[in-house]
Design a protein around this ligand. Structure first.
Ligand code: IPD
Ligand code: CA
Ligand code: CA
Ligand code: CA
Length: 276
């Protein structure tokens, strides 16, 4: 048991170190990178800094834990089929690091200060460490399974709003404009009249961290990947909230259509999404 505690502490220390180093580096590169490349549409950008950040994190994790598996966004072909295959390949891993080197690339490209680095460690498919770092505000969100969620060392807990009508919630516009975006717009139409307001700030991982911190009461999105959600899911759960897919099944690494909340409004949020 002792070994496990030491082990999990050092896992968290490495995750924090990677997220801070990568976050500082990407912030220092703002405005100094080549034109972004397009992935599969004009709505889906990638820069050399996304790739550099992933390389930095992968190398650092590799020096500490050479036998652990690694799943990072920029190592996977775009599209849901490729990401399902990539996840499937590593789903048996004893230890799997799940990394989004910049979550919110579009914001990053436009110097809109809401993007993050997201790093999770899963053991046999269950997230045990989750770290999200926001370099613009220098906010570091950290959770360890069973030990709570913290922002800069201060314990976080979810918001107290008991109903949608008192809630500020967030969503994300999917990059896939063929099916996912129209579905998301319908969901906004269903949810917006029932809440105080809706935010679409452009980083799923930070939206999740904000639910954990009690700054948002809920968040939902369609078509996300493990690297967008893994770290944030543990932040929300350890802060006392709830994370499911949009039919109410508990979160697992394969969940793409997510609903996260303070728990109180979860049923109402799922109901509203179902009506969309
Ligand atoms: C995106 C962001 C965005 C969300 C998109 C994601 P990326 O991640 O999280 O908020 O709406 O669905 O793909 O590509 O910037 O890492
Ligand atoms: Ca991306
Ligand atoms: Ca992302
Ligand atoms: Ca990304």
């Amino acid at each position: 048991e002792n070994e496990q505690i030491i082990g999990s502490k050092s896992f968290t220390a490495v995750a924090v170190n990677c997220a801070s180093k990568a976050g500082e580096w990407i912030k220092s590169r703002i405005g100094q990178f080549a034109e972004p490349d397009l992935k599969h549409s004009m709505h889906d950008l990638v820069t050399e800094v996304d790739k550099g950040s992933e390389r930095l994190i992968r190398n650092l994790i590799g020096t500490h834990f050479p036998h652990h598996s690694f799943l990072g966004e920029e190592g996977v072909e775009p599209g849901p089929e490729a990401s399902a295959r990539a996840l499937e390949k590593v789903s048996d891993a004893e230890y799997l690091w799940i990394v989004d080197p910049i979550d919110g690339t579009t914001n990053y490209v436009h110097d809109f200060p809401f993007y993050s680095v997201s790093i999770a460690l899963a053991r046999k498919g269950q997230v045990i460490v989750g770290v999200v770092y926001d370099p613009s505000r220098d906010e570091l969100f950290v959770a360890e399974r069973g030990k709570g969620a913290y922002v800069h060392g201060k314990r976080m807990s979810i918001s107290g709003e008991k109903a949608l009508r008192q809630s500020l919630v967030a969503t994300g516009f999917p990059a896939d404009h063929t099916a996912a975006l129209p579905a998301n717009l319908k969901q906004i139409q269903a949810v917006a009249p029932q809440v105080r307001n809706v935010r679409v700030a452009g980083s799923a991982a930070l939206h999740m961290a904000y639910v954990a911190a009690g700054r948002l009461s809920g968040f939902w999105e369609i078509g996300l990947n493990a690297w967008d959600l893994a770290a944030g899911s543990l932040l929300v759960e350890e802060a006392g909230g709830r994370v499911t897919d949009q039919s109410g099944e508990p979160y697992h690494l394969g969940v793409r259509n997510v609903a996260a909340s303070n728990g109180w409004i979860h049923g109402e949020l799922l109901e509203a999404l179902k009506k969309a």
